[in-house]
Design a protein around this ligand. Structure first.
Ligand code: PEP
Ligand code: MG
Length: 286
């Protein structure tokens, strides 16, 4: 089933739309293939820590996991997000930094603060890269400087492995500062993936897990729509790929709006893909 990449979904007036899947564990690969996804648009690698501590997730173990994942969906593209954790979650698994339980360091910030964890993951990823179509993506990017530091680590690890420049390195745009500085960030990124779950949460100051304010979690808030437009325009001007991977992409009511804003790539939970495909086939872009 995995031998060829399914063709893109095409709108009623002939515009190609790429549909990929969000994955949390390798066990979901059959669902992705079944749904006809063109690739994995977001692999939430932190779920690998749900069953083991970072110490047990050695470079070798991670290499095997990424290798098997790439091979199981080849020749489809796989975008692996580096661990998106905060310090509390990391310490729960590893016992490090028990003194500091505040959640301020998260995603890429945490990776830069714990370079051993980040480097181990990047070594495993770059070693697996030649076995498929890998892209690496950093979560929770908040500034150009962070992205520069992160790509410097990738370069360093690639040099160490004797395989410089092997994989595209992209940024998740899921914090308003990244969206507002998207034109600058685009110059440091091979691609963008918009994480609308966090982008909505941080733009509207609405905790996505707090049901008391869930009525205020509004994807169509003008502030959110404006940020989305800004990100898409920055990506187009810099000629980098941009996809949308938050839950918003899998909401049938939203996909037309996102296409209208100029997005042509989406990643969603595998079960949402067939419905998205049917809707897109009825959409007229112009
Ligand atoms: C997002 O923030 O939109 C996203 C896709 O990442 P996660 O839901 O894993 O935070
Ligand atoms: Mg997120």
């Amino acid at each position: 089933a995995a031998a060829t990449v399914p063709p893109p979904t095409v709108t009623a007036d002939g515009v190609a739309i790429r549909l990929e899947a969000n994955l949390e564990r390798a066990e979901d690969v059959p669902a992705l293939l079944e749904a006809g996804a063109e690739g994995i648009g977001l692999f939430r690698s932190e779920f690998l820590l749900a069953e083991r501590s970072p110490e047990r997730l050695t470079e070798e173990r991670q290499f095997e996991i990424y290798r098997d994942l790439l091979i199981s969906v080849a020749p489809r593209r796989v975008t692996v997000r580096t661990f998106d954790l905060d310090e509390r979650q990391l310490s729960r698994w590893s016992g490090r930094d028990r003194r500091d339980q505040r959640p301020g360091r998260r995603g890429l910030r945490l990776g830069l603060a714990h370079p051993d964890v980040l480097r181990t993951q990047l070594r495993a990823l770059l070693r697996a890269a030649p076995l498929g179509q890998l892209r690496v993506m950093f979560p929770f990017v908040t500034s150009v400087e962070e992205m520069r530091m992160a790509t410097a680590v990738v370069r360093d690890v690639a040099d160490e492995l004797g395989r410089p420049g092997a994989v595209p390195v992209g940024a998740m745009v899921e914090v308003p500062s990244a969206a507002l500085a998207a034109d600058l960030l685009a110059r440091e990124s091979a691609f963008f993936t918009v994480g609308t779950n966090d982008l909505i949460q941080y733009t509207l100051a609405v905790d996505r897990t707090d049901e008391r304010v869930s009525d205020l979690y509004e994807p169509l808030h003008p502030a959110v729509v404006r940020l989305l437009r800004l990100v898409r325009r920055a990506a187009t001007r810099t000629r980098i790929d941009v996809s949308v991977c938050g839950e918003m992409a899998s909401d049938p009511a939203m996909i037309g709006l996102l296409i209208g804003l100029g997005f042509r790539e989406f990643s969603m939970t595998p079960s949402a893909i067939p419905m998205a495909r049917r809707l897109i086939q009825d959409v007229h872009v112009s």
